[in-house]
Design a protein around this ligand. Structure first.
Ligand code: XBP
Ligand code: MG
Length: 248
């Protein structure tokens, strides 16, 4: 089966944005609104089971504060949080994870289509790509599927189905890159083979259904550790490896 496109998740996959990006941005928005809500590293890890910032705040209000949800307040907090997050990225870029830039550059020069399938808000995707890869980087991606563009966020398959349809490609010719079980479930629900690069928040999750589970994408000189999959580690995830996995 030929390989036509690579579809990347954003948070946790392109960069470790959750703990030191989204989390402090939520806390800043809470403080600015005069709320005594505070999400520490451990609590945020538990809250990550709910995808989407607005949905995460609603879940927190219902299950941790036991208060009625004020959707207008959630919307205001989320708008402020997006502002805090994009400003934070412009101030101090959160670096791309190992191998991400290398694989994007290789795919681009080989004519492989790039796309994004994420739960996060479109402005956050643009801010991360520009801060890490340069002002033209959003244009590297044929489709950026993000946020509320679909009715159901990950783990539903909607965002991957949206991206596949916009690309005009079948799932079989694509690879997805994810860091979480929710992301993996979303890609698999749309039939897309998935490479998972774990991080501190996700490494103990169940990744059954993934083609390959690794520490990261690896760099020459610093290859990735393979946790599960049909290759013996250490490896560098490149187009040659992905094509072998498609044929397997
Ligand atoms: C990441 C998320 C997002 C971010 C916050 O999912 O769940 O909700 O934590 O972003 P993915 P917003 O890795 O699939 O992108 O506040 O903009 O929703
Ligand atoms: Mg993710």
């Amino acid at each position: 089966m030929p390989l036509a496109a690579l579809i990347f998740d954003v948070d946790g996959t392109l960069a470790d944005t959750e703990r030191d990006g989204h989390r402090p941005a939520f806390n800043q928005a809470f403080a600015d609104a005069g709320l005594d809500w505070h999400w520490d590293v451990a609590l945020y890890g538990a809250l990550l089971s709910v995808t989407g910032g607005k949905e995460r705040m609603q879940h927190y209000v219902e299950h941790y504060r036991h208060e009625p949800v004020d959707t207008a307040l959630i919307a205001r907090l989320h708008a402020r949080k997006t502002q805090c997050y994009t400003e934070l990225l412009a101030r101090q870029a959160i670096p791309l994870r190992p191998g991400v830039r290398r694989l994007l550059v290789e795919a681009r020069s080989a004519g492989i289509t790039l796309a994004i399938a994420t739960t996060t808000t479109p402005a956050n995707v643009t801010a991360l790509l520009e801060a890490t890869l340069g002002a033209d980087a959003p244009g590297w991606f044929a489709v950026i599927g993000a946020g509320d563009v679909v009715p159901h966020k990950k783990p539903a398959g909607d965002i991957y189905q949206y991206v596949l349809q916009a690309l005009g490609l079948r799932a079989e010719v694509c690879f997805a890159f994810e860091d979480s079980r929710n992301g993996l479930r979303s890609a698999r629900a749309a039939g897309v083979q998935t490479v998972v690069t774990v991080n501190d928040y996700t490494r103990s999750e169940d990744f059954s259904g993934a083609t390959l589970v690794l520490s990261d994408l690896g760099e020459p000189g610093a290859p990735a550790q393979v946790y599960t999959g049909p290759v013996a580690g250490p490896v560098v995830v490149d187009l040659a490896l992905l094509c072998r996995l498609k044929d397997a």
